[in-house]
Design a protein around this ligand. Structure first.
Ligand code: ADP
Length: 254
């Protein structure tokens, strides 16, 4: 991107001299692009943990009114956990936006993926009362990964399952160790996705525009960010789906 500024000097109505500068504004344009991404990220990705925290706070408020103090403490701890996750995500994103090549920084640590998934399922069940969430996992599958970012991927998949499948259908999450690989999948009984549409889903801003999705709002960023996160761990994302049969979105980690 080149920006040209300057003046023309005239003599008897004829331009005789041009003075000015040509500036390379590529960096400015890149910054504008990153700001757009930042706004989309903040509104899309921060909304989920923020609304979970909001629900716990609301629930606590109702309990305070009834003076059930123990349960209040428990709920406040959960709200604290969700807020902490938001702060971490903001820190990560600010780091990301300062990086020119937009590569994600992951900070892997060993943690229990089975326990993490059951915590997330409890949160989801609290957030979506009446919705059935099932878990099929081997006991205590351990993983070396960036916990907050893996949580982000799981929540993206689970939120999509909630958004795109009927409220009276169950959502199941599986977690298995196969050889030296860990395989996680989130399955729903929603409308499913054609093989052609599956190819583009993990691209930035990609959305399926058909009659099933028309009422569901979104930015087409969740799956893109999920892929970035999993690939920056050296893993792979995948989808298995048949129109009319539901979908399974998953990832594989070493
Ligand atoms: P968003 O949901 O904000 O549009 P995502 O990147 O999370 O963005 O998803 C991209 C697209 O993939 C969605 O717009 C939708 O068309 C499709 N999709 C994702 N998850 C599912 C699902 N579980 N069932 C059917 N379609 C899905």
């Amino acid at each position: 991107w080149l920006k040209i500024t300057g003046s023309l000097f005239y003599s008897n109505g004829i331009a005789v001299k041009v003075m000015g500068t040509i500036t390379d504004i590529t960096t400015v344009k890149n910054e504008e692009f990153q700001r757009k991404d930042l706004m989309a990220f903040l509104s899309h990705e921060l909304r989920t943990p923020l609304s979970i925290a909001k629900l716990y706070v609301q629930h606590s408020y109702k309990i305070v009114k009834k003076e059930k103090v123990n349960e209040l403490a428990n709920n406040l701890a959960k709200a604290d956990y969700q807020t902490e996750r938001m702060v971490n995500m903001i820190d990560n994103f600010l780091t990301l936006s300062h990086m020119e090549n937009s590569k994600l920084i992951v900070q892997p640590k060993g943690f229990d993926l089975t326990d993490t998934i059951s915590e997330i399922i409890k949160d989801m069940a609290f957030m979506y009362p009446g919705r059935v969430f099932k878990m099929e996992s081997e006991n205590h599958v351990k993983v070396n990964a960036d916990k907050d970012k893996i949580i982000q991927v799981l929540i993206n998949y689970l939120n999509n399952a909630v958004k795109y499948s009927p409220a009276d259908t169950p959502i199941s999450i599986s977690c298995r160790k196969i050889g030296d690989q860990i395989r996680v999948g989130v399955s729903d009984k929603g409308p499913g996705i054609s093989t052609d549409n599956q190819k583009h889903l993990f691209n930035r801003y990609s959305r399926v525009h058909d009659e099933n999705n028309i009422r569901v709002k979104g930015f087409g960023l969740g799956l893109f960010l999920s892929r970035e996160i999993i690939e920056s761990h050296g893993g792979k994302v995948w989808v298995q789906s048949e129109p009319g049969e539901g979908s399974t979105f998953g990832f594989t980690l070493k």
